[in-house]
Design a protein around this ligand. Sequence first.
Ligand code: FES
Length: 106
Amino acid sequence: VKVTYVAHDGTQTTVEAEDGDSVMHAAVSNDVDGIVGECGGSMMCATCHCYVDEAWQDRVGPRSDGEEDMLEGAACEVNDRSRLSCQIKLGADLDGLVVHLPEEQF
Ligand code: FES
Protein backbone atom coordinates (compact mmCIF):
# COMPACT_ATOMS: atom_id res chain seq x y z
CA VAL A 1 0.00 0.00 0.00
CA LYS A 2 1.56 3.29 -1.01
CA VAL A 3 1.16 6.51 0.95
CA THR A 4 2.52 9.90 -0.05
CA TYR A 5 3.30 12.53 2.56
CA VAL A 6 3.53 16.11 1.38
CA ALA A 7 5.53 18.22 3.82
CA HIS A 8 4.73 21.83 4.57
CA ASP A 9 7.52 22.93 2.22
CA GLY A 10 6.13 20.80 -0.61
CA THR A 11 8.58 17.90 -0.32
CA GLN A 12 6.87 14.64 -1.20
CA THR A 13 7.81 11.31 0.29
CA THR A 14 6.15 8.09 -0.84
CA VAL A 15 6.49 5.01 1.32
CA GLU A 16 5.33 1.43 1.05
CA ALA A 17 3.23 0.50 4.07
CA GLU A 18 1.77 -2.74 5.31
CA ASP A 19 -1.89 -3.50 4.94
CA GLY A 20 -3.50 -2.58 8.25
CA ASP A 21 -0.77 -0.14 9.23
CA SER A 22 -1.77 3.36 10.27
CA VAL A 23 -0.78 6.48 8.36
CA MET A 24 1.08 7.63 11.49
CA HIS A 25 3.00 4.39 11.97
CA ALA A 26 3.95 4.15 8.30
CA ALA A 27 5.46 7.64 8.53
CA VAL A 28 7.34 7.04 11.76
CA SER A 29 8.77 3.71 10.66
CA ASN A 30 9.98 5.25 7.41
CA ASP A 31 11.50 8.34 9.06
CA VAL A 32 9.11 10.75 7.41
CA ASP A 33 9.57 14.15 9.04
CA GLY A 34 6.45 15.98 10.07
CA ILE A 35 4.60 13.24 11.90
CA VAL A 36 5.65 12.58 15.47
CA GLY A 37 3.10 10.18 16.91
CA GLU A 38 4.18 10.80 20.46
CA CYS A 39 1.53 8.63 22.13
CA GLY A 40 2.13 5.70 19.81
CA GLY A 41 -1.31 5.82 18.26
CA SER A 42 -3.61 5.76 21.27
CA MET A 43 -5.27 9.08 20.46
CA MET A 44 -3.67 10.77 23.44
CA CYS A 45 -1.65 13.44 21.65
CA ALA A 46 -2.14 15.46 18.51
CA THR A 47 1.35 15.12 17.11
CA CYS A 48 0.18 12.94 14.26
CA HIS A 49 -2.08 15.63 12.81
CA CYS A 50 -2.36 15.53 9.04
CA TYR A 51 -4.57 16.97 6.33
CA VAL A 52 -6.10 14.40 4.01
CA ASP A 53 -5.72 15.36 0.35
CA GLU A 54 -9.01 16.63 -1.07
CA ALA A 55 -9.14 13.86 -3.66
CA TRP A 56 -9.08 11.26 -0.88
CA GLN A 57 -11.33 12.88 1.67
CA ASP A 58 -14.45 10.91 0.80
CA ARG A 59 -12.67 7.59 0.87
CA VAL A 60 -10.89 8.24 4.16
CA GLY A 61 -14.07 9.40 5.83
CA PRO A 62 -14.72 11.80 8.67
CA ARG A 63 -12.88 12.01 11.97
CA SER A 64 -14.37 10.59 15.15
CA ASP A 65 -15.46 12.64 18.17
CA GLY A 66 -12.37 11.50 20.04
CA GLU A 67 -10.14 12.81 17.27
CA GLU A 68 -12.07 16.03 17.25
CA ASP A 69 -11.32 16.51 20.95
CA MET A 70 -7.60 15.80 20.58
CA LEU A 71 -7.28 18.06 17.57
CA GLU A 72 -8.23 20.97 19.76
CA GLY A 73 -4.71 20.65 21.12
CA ALA A 74 -3.02 20.50 17.70
CA ALA A 75 -0.17 22.92 17.11
CA CYS A 76 -1.38 24.03 13.70
CA GLU A 77 -4.64 25.15 12.23
CA VAL A 78 -7.33 22.47 12.13
CA ASN A 79 -9.58 22.41 9.09
CA ASP A 80 -12.18 20.05 7.68
CA ARG A 81 -9.43 17.84 6.20
CA SER A 82 -7.64 17.43 9.54
CA ARG A 83 -7.27 13.92 10.91
CA LEU A 84 -5.15 12.14 13.46
CA SER A 85 -3.05 9.99 11.17
CA CYS A 86 -2.84 7.17 13.73
CA GLN A 87 -6.58 6.69 13.28
CA ILE A 88 -6.39 6.16 9.52
CA LYS A 89 -5.82 2.48 8.77
CA LEU A 90 -4.28 1.65 5.44
CA GLY A 91 -5.58 -1.02 3.14
CA ALA A 92 -6.13 -1.71 -0.54
CA ASP A 93 -8.95 0.85 -0.58
CA LEU A 94 -6.49 3.58 0.37
CA ASP A 95 -3.59 2.54 -1.85
CA GLY A 96 -1.99 5.72 -3.17
CA LEU A 97 -3.33 7.91 -0.37
CA VAL A 98 -1.94 11.43 -0.18
CA VAL A 99 -1.78 13.37 3.07
CA HIS A 100 -0.39 16.82 3.76
CA LEU A 101 1.59 17.60 6.86
CA PRO A 102 1.27 20.64 9.08
CA GLU A 103 4.16 23.00 9.63
CA GLU A 104 4.73 21.75 13.16
CA GLN A 105 3.34 19.22 15.63
CA PHE A 106 4.21 20.95 18.90
FE1 FES B 1 -1.01 10.31 19.33
FE2 FES B 1 -2.10 9.87 16.95
S1 FES B 1 -0.17 9.29 17.63
S2 FES B 1 -2.97 10.78 18.67
